[in-house]
Structures are given as C-alpha cells and as structure tokens.
Design a protein around this ligand. Structure first.
Ligand SMILES: [Zn+2]
Length: 100
C-alpha cells in the first residue's frame, strides 16, 4: 500500500479522508470548521475513500453566517468558497482533507 507521499504504509496504518457512517451517510473532517460534515445519497461520490470527490458542493448552516461553511470536495482536497460563504479562516482556500 502506498501512502500519499509515496511512503509504504504498514498494515494497520491505513488512512482515509472519508468514512462511511452507515448505509446512507459518509463523513469527512472539515479543516475549516474543525467539525465533521456528512453527505448522503443526494451527493455523487466517486467511491474513493482515500481521494474522495463529492458533488455537488457541501453547504453547512446556510442560514447562519457565523457557522456557514460551503465547499467542494474533489480528489481528497477541499476548496472553500470565498467571502460570506465560509465563516472560517480557510475561506477561499484549497487544502488537503485531513486523514481520519
Ligand atoms: Zn466546514
């Protein structure tokens, strides 16, 4: 098994950026909010838990500007929309999703 930076992972070191919670929901850890975000069957998922892509965008707390978080997850990276679309410091940034 080859890790993200080409290192060989030992058995038990397996990491992923998304995890299935149950039959309906998949979660990932949001580096902007610091909270888990959930997607379900309304989203398209590429089936890759190491390099997940969800479509369309993930919008959390859209009616609360202090908690709002709007992002696109593509190939294991998360792109946060800028301006009032995100309340946190990563608005407008693209970062790697953290390993779970
Ligand atoms: Zn978030």
């Amino acid at each position: 098994m080859v890790g993200l930076k080409g290192s060989i992972l030992k058995r038990g070191d397996y990491v992923a950026k998304a995890r299935r919670m149950n039959d309906e929901k998949i979660m990932f850890q949001c580096p902007g909010c610091g909270h888990a975000h959930l997607v379900d069957e309304r989203w398209d998922f590429n089936g890759d838990f190491d390099m997940p892509t969800f479509h369309p965008s993930v919008l959390v707390s859209k009616d609360d500007p202090k908690r709002r978080c709007h992002s696109f997850v593509t190939d294991g990276k998360i792109r946060f929309l800028a301006g009032k679309e995100c309340h946190h410091d990563l608005a407008g940034e693209v970062v790697e999703l953290p390993d779970l």
